[in-house]
Design a protein around this ligand. Structure first.
Ligand SMILES: [Zn+2]
Length: 326
């Protein structure tokens, strides 16, 4: 277990009873360092360390805002250990509010499986995970849908039966989400939560926020998710409050459109739909419905393209997860 007074993240040094700030270098522009802002809030007593990162998809700032709201409310005299906030896990994507890194087009949250030094995004991912593994007992990777996608409030952990996976499931419950994705999906093998779990440290994703919009409730849910996990770890006093009924979902099919046009959703995100049920339509600029997208199975809709978005063929329009139980 890490102690609250003995570590640094970049230039931010944990100090008992203090909110420390600094930066972590994740690469270099031609003329200087590419950095993310870092906040560390430290209790007055030693204890576990929780890593909370945001904006690995650059526009997804819900976790960062929730963390700041929480930090302003915590009484450090009642806190043990520390919470580390990495505010822009992909700093160059954050600056352009893009999902992927502008320099190499990479989705950084697919690059953690095999740490590599080839390319800017892989180097940055390697620095992130090595730093997190070095200081933290558990990690939360916070997402908020992005500019083009609407998501419900849910959490994801990696399901492999290991002690870290089981602890990840407990932390996912502690977020308060009504849906938990027990992930075994190969396409998420390179996500940071998967790689950390496989290396023996519990790590989860939280999704909340929609279509580039973050309202006050979304920020509150992000804050509550972080507080719940911090309580489950014994960092904050009190007990987490899991949802009274939790839907467990699993293997996710991604739906891509063949035709372009305006996207017209037919269901809400978070809905459970029948096999074959239409979940969205494409309308062309002459007003004709040119494509209907149907769920390939009974599924939980974990993401949908934002209503009325004009999209080209081959856009990822929906995430359809197996309904496991609940
Ligand atoms: Zn995301």
């Amino acid at each position: 277990m890490a102690t609250a007074s003995s570590f640094k993240v970049g230039t931010a040094r944990a100090r008992p009873g203090a909110w420390s700030t600094g930066t972590l270098t994740l690469g270099h522009y031609p003329d200087g360092p590419i950095t993310t802002p870092v906040n560390i809030l430290c209790g007055t007593r030693p204890g576990p360390v929780l890593w909370v990162q945001s904006a690995i998809h650059g526009a997804e700032c819900g976790g960062a805002l929730g963390l700041l709201r929480l930090f302003k409310r915590i009484d450090v005299r009642r806190m043990k250990g520390a919470i580390v906030g990495v505010m822009a896990a992909n700093p160059t994507a954050f600056r352009v509010l893009g999902r992927n890194t502008p320099y190499d087009g990479e989705n950084m949250n697919r690059l953690f499986e095999k740490p590599s030094r080839t390319g800017h995004s892989r180097q940055a991912a390697a620095t992130l995970i090595e730093t997190a593994m070095g200081v933290a007992d558990a990690a939360m990777d916070m997402h908020s849908g992005g500019q083009d996608t609407v998501v419900p409030f849910y959490s994801i952990y990696w399901e492999d039966g290991s002690p870290a996976s089981k602890r990840g499931a407990e932390l996912a419950r502690a977020t308060g989400t009504k849906a938990i994705w027990n992930s075994t999906d190969a396409w998420l093998g390179g996500a940071m939560y998967t790689a950390m779990t496989k290396r023996g440290k519990p790590a989860i994703i939280v999704e909340c926020g929609s279509g580039g919009d973050l309202n006050d409730r979304d920020v509150g849910l992000h804050m509550g998710a972080i507080a719940g996990v911090a309580k489950a770890m014994g960092i904050l006093p009190g007990r987490p409050k899991p949802a009274s009924r939790i839907l467990h979902v699993g293997t996710c099919d991604l739906l891509y459109n063949q035709r372009g046009g305006y996207f017209l959703p037919a269901v809400e995100v978070g809905a459970v739909v029948r096999k074959g049920q239409v979940i969205g339509r494409l309308m062309d600029p002459h007003g004709r419905i040119v494509e209907e997208l149907a769920s390939p199975k009974r599924s939980y809709i974990a993401a949908l393209v934002r209503e009325h978005r004009a999209i080209h063929s081959g856009t990822m329009c929906a995430e359809c997860c197996d309904v496991l139980r609940g």
